[in-house]
Design a protein around this ligand. Sequence first.
Ligand SMILES: NC(=O)C1=CN([C@@H]2O[C@H](COP(=O)(O)OP(=O)(O)OC[C@H]3O[C@@H](n4cnc5c(N)ncnc54)[C@H](O)[C@@H]3O)[C@@H](O)[C@H]2O)[C@@H](O)CC1
Ligand SMILES: Nc1ncnc2c1ncn2[C@@H]1O[C@H](COP(=O)(O)OP(=O)(O)O)[C@@H](O)[C@H]1O
Ligand SMILES: [K+]
Length: 592
Amino acid sequence: MHPAKPADSLQQQASPVTNPSQALPQRNLNTLPSLLEAAAWQPAHQQDWLVLSVEQVRQVEHAAFREVASYILMQAAGQRSAQKIMDLVQHLDHRCPQVVVLAGPGNNGGDACVVANALAEQGLPVELWQFKGGREGSADRQKAEAGCKHPNLRHSQWGKTTLQLKPGALVVDGLLGIAGRDRPKGPIAEVIAAINAQREGLGRTGHVHVVALDCPSGLDCDTGLAPGEVLAADLTLTYIAAKTGLFMSDGKDVCGEIWLDTLHCDALIHQRIAQGTLGAVVRVRGRLSQMQRLPRRQHAQHKGSFGSVAVLGGQHGMVGAAVLTARSALLMGAGRVALSLLAEHGHSSPDVQWPGTRPFLDLNFPEIMNKPLQDNCNFAEILAVGPGLGTSPEAQDWLDALFDEALEHGPLGVKKHHWVLDADALNLLAEHNRLKTKWLKLRKQSPECHAVITPHPLEAARLLNSTVDAIQRNRPDAARELARQFDCVAVLKGAGTVIAANHSPATRIEINGTGGPALGTAGSGDVLTGAVAALLGQGLTSFDAAACAVWLHGLSVNALPGENQAHRVSHASAIAQRMAQHYNQLLQQGTR
Ligand SMILES: NC(=O)C1=CN([C@@H]2O[C@H](COP(=O)(O)OP(=O)(O)OC[C@H]3O[C@@H](n4cnc5c(N)ncnc54)[C@H](O)[C@@H]3O)[C@@H](O)[C@H]2O)[C@@H](O)CC1
Ligand SMILES: Nc1ncnc2c1ncn2[C@@H]1O[C@H](COP(=O)(O)OP(=O)(O)O)[C@@H](O)[C@H]1O
Ligand SMILES: [K+]
């Protein structure tokens, strides 16, 4: 077997996906020697990736089987995985004392058998554990198992022998593949629990590396949820196409580094996309193509060119939310930013005492103006509505008045607005049909205007009259449905934020790859809202502004070059500052 090769011609063949029509095959699947010889692993987050549902992967598999025997694909998956694993073993800072390969009942187990034999051929001490649950397995799986004859291989039986991990061991997880949707049961659940307990016992110094074949066992590849025991991986080697669940929810915690080998199936995927037979396809964008979306700032431009953003929200006690949004818009390059605070609304009469500065002034950012609602509506091109607004009758009236104001300045009027609706603006829209009707009227009146909504899963559940559980079980569909029902770009926040546009016939949909739990802090969403508004002001379309803002927001807690750890905790003001630093650096790189 060949050691893992760096980029070769096959890697170019696994072409970026931004323009599917350019990505048709240069080589046919029938070139079997190359399918078996040279791996073409690509890491996540550098290139653009298509991310398929399990059903879509199955469709591609079936098409592939018409061109190549399914056993060859299994061989290719196994051999290529073994190459990548050898690469990992060679870079470990210790001699690998033990390789444990776990083979489940399905074809994922077949891949594991191929890997086990290939690693044994490389001289590694391999223990192969079978978990067939009394079944024979598919013909391919049987063939792969029958090929496990190398003398370096030790065959072990769960229940008869005890699995004992040594410090520094390597575990290859071929228990469950894309068919493993429910909580693992029987011996598979037992071995996952045993390995997890032993890993815990061995701690950091005795670190056990786990490599997942196709996906970590116990993870639902569609939802990204792990309903029971799950074998968390340091490295996930996924085949044909990345799967949605690897990029969302529990998937974010249990996949480790994700690498993809398309096994030459790119062309089949792109053909199906071009024919429209694969349905809506989700994408995860790499750094380069995110950077290409960023605006170019020209010397001849001025504050009027970079957008006037009005932030509308901030009831008593929640002024900070609106302030965070305004600050974030300012930091992210909006030309001018103004606030309208509900807390100040109705307090304009001189006999009412307003605590503190009146009208409100952000002393840290005096650049931020303060205007009554109507003035702001005339001033701004971009309205960011909702942070800290509350759902009181006053808030309702306010939003109602705002929509009326905007509707009056319709096609014949002076002003058109781009919108970002967040937080309580969304709760009000969910609660009051009258407001939803006005919103949809607004969208119809000026479809050329950009509109983005940024719900978290609970807000999304209210908007769709659903439950958080149902939303989280199908985040891409929920985002698509939000975009459709509210005639806008929808940003469904959370681990693996989904961005969906209401474009027919094919919905544009992406999952964001950056970010982490450090973003889970009060006001973090308010900061995102400001960033979307600022990018709209700088000329990005609603989809690009939303996707870019989410990406930059996530980068703010990821490790910078030279830092080796992502942030574990943060706070909203720091998120805004770091996001703006990243933005600035990326703009500088883009103009070099
Ligand atoms: N078809 C192809 O083109 C290729 C498929 N490959 C592999 O094949 C895999 C899919 O194979 P299968 O469809 O056989 O699916 P799996 O390998 O995921 O196995 C499914 C079997 O596991 C058992 N099982 C499912 N859920 C369980 C649970 N919760 N607890 C305990 N046991 C459970 C059932 O017996 C089920 O039949 C992929 O993930 C990939 O690893 C690769 O060989 C690459 C090529
Ligand atoms: N565990 C997590 N992983 C990734 N992103 C997260 C996580 N928790 C929260 N976030 C992000 O943080 C932001 C929180 O927004 P939101 O819930 O609206 O908070 P707030 O209303 O306090 O501003 C969203 O962008 C969300 O995607
Ligand atoms: K697996």
